[in-house]
Ligand binder design. Structure first.
Ligand SMILES: Cc1ncc(COP(=O)(O)O)c(C=O)c1O
Length: 439
């Protein structure tokens, strides 16, 4: 066994014939030849045309799980065809070839461009849930440490903290950041967070855009205040409903660990997600799942020693073979968002959500829980109709062929989520339908 293994020798995969024999010019060139260039996305009807959503329905719950737009479907299909033709050589080449040909690294590079960070700072995962679990279980928590979360976070976030703190002998505390999301202010949100810190607090967990009320936390301001007060406390952000919906440079937002699924607002393949962190914060973590991406892990295993270098993003990426046609097609979604423009996407989502809120605002039987301001909200409008259970509201909307959803929290609301797949006309019809129910 050589002391320094190449990527190709990683996992004792024998040298393949070389991908050039299979796919002249390499896998990426071959993929490019098999997939059409990104379409014209200069107006919203063209964007909407990329989705094969059933036109008989109005889709206001797209944030739940994405419908793959055409560029993503085509990328998945191209990879699938290549893998079905020759799974060994395509996957072996894509995974274990040198960095210039490594497909996950190319995907991470495309994602990093969107986040405003570096490829080496991005770990690929399968969901928000997996990202959060990897981070919290990787943190060096010990007996007596506290993780501070909020009462508003998702099940996946709370459970990741509960399971990780339980193993470490640490504790978890949840605080409300507001009583009424619609009335929240930046100062009040920040003040509540700072007030709640205790000497034993080691980590704070926040959710960027809440799927319970639709509030968008001012993470940048809250992170700045947190670090000023307690530079030793790490900030973990569940960002799944912000990425692809808000105009932010995520890598500079102030999160130490940014966790998100990419299969909601980003429209990446179902079963894809990410973690972003800088090198210093990756180095704090202990991996939970063996990886197939970091050669030092394999060298150390082969030589019967611990990895010599600090933990990095590649070492935290869950190994084992995955649905690679999905993971490797993530880049198509990020490229599509890049072409649409982050600011333009966020502005469109804001206009549609403003329209819906305005359409419901005059109805005294409708209580909107999402802040009116687009500065404290994104793509979700959570509301209640006087005297009706949220499920009943959703059922009534469904009768009108409007797909809404209820929030899966202890206190549940009805939600409509105007997104890039909707038109102002659809938003108008949804508002009218809610107002007709709430009479
Ligand atoms: C705020 C929030 N976090 C996490 C999740 C779980 O996402 P995933 O399916 O990517 O694990 C959801 C699901 O909708 C969510 O709303």
């Amino acid at each position: 066994m050589p002391s320094r293994l190449t990527r190709r020798q990683f996992l004792a995969v024998p040298a393949a014939l070389g991908a050039t024999a299979l796919l002249p010019g390499g896998l990426v060139t071959a993929l490019a030849q098999e997939t059409p260039p990104l379409p014209d996305l200069s107006d919203w009807s063209r964007v909407r045309a990329q989705f094969s959503l059933d036109p008989a329905w109005m889709h206001f719950a797209s944030f739940f799980i994405a419908s793959h737009p055409a560029p993503v479907r085509e990328a998945i299909e191209a990879w699938r065809r290549a893998m079905d033709r020759d799974p060994f050589r395509v996957i072996e080449h894509g995974m274990f070839e040198d960095d210039a040909h490594n497909i996950p690294l190319q995907v991470r590079t495309t994602i990093a461009r969107y986040l405003g960070g570096q490829a080496e700072e991005v770990a690929l995962t399968r969901s928000t849930t997996e990202s959060l679990a990897l981070v919290y279980h990787g943190l060096p928590l010990k007996d007596g440490d506290e993780v501070l979360a909020t009462t508003h976070d998702h099940y996946s976030h709370h459970e990741s903290i509960r399971l990780a703190t339980r193993r470490a002998g640490a504790s978890m505390r949840r605080i409300p950041l507001f009583e009424d999301a619609a009335g929240a202010t930046v100062d009040a949100l920040t003040g509540r967070l700072l007030q709640a810190l205790r000497p034993e607090t080691r980590v704070v967990g926040l959710t960027w855009v809440h799927s319970s009320t639709g509030i968008r936390l001012p993470i940048r301001e809250m992170a700045r205040a947190l670090k000023e007060r307690r530079p030793d406390v790490l900030l973990v952000v569940d960002g799944v409903h912000g990425i692809g919906a808000a105009d932010e440079t995520i890598a500079t937002m102030g999160a130490d660990y940014f966790c998100a699924g990419c299969h909601k607002w980003m429209f990446a393949p179902r079963g894809t997600g990410l973690i972003w962190a800088n090198a210093e914060n990756w180095a704090r973590l202990t991996p939970v799942v063996p990886n197939f991406s970091d050669i030092e892990s394999y060298n150390a295993w082969a030589e019967g020693r611990e990895p010599a270098s600090p933990t990095n993003a590649a070492r935290m990426m869950p190994g084992g073979f995955h649905a690679f046609e999905h993971q490797w097609a993530m880049g198509a979604a990020f490229a599509m968002h890049e072409k649409m423009g982050r600011a333009r996407v966020a502005a469109r989502i804001r206009v549609l959500n403003d329209q819906l809120k305005a359409g419901l605002a005059g109805n005294r039987k409708v209580r909107i829980h999402t802040p009116v301001s687009g500065d404290l909200s994104a793509g979700l409008v959570a509301f209640e109709v006087d005297g009706m259970k949220p499920d009943a509201v959703v059922a009534r909307l469904l009768e009108q062929r409007i797909i809404a959803s209820t929030s899966p929290y202890a206190v549940s609301y009805a939600r409509l989520a105007p997104s890039l797949v909707n038109t102002p006309e659809e938003v108008e019809r949804a508002a009218r339908a809610v107002n007709a129910i709430a009479t």
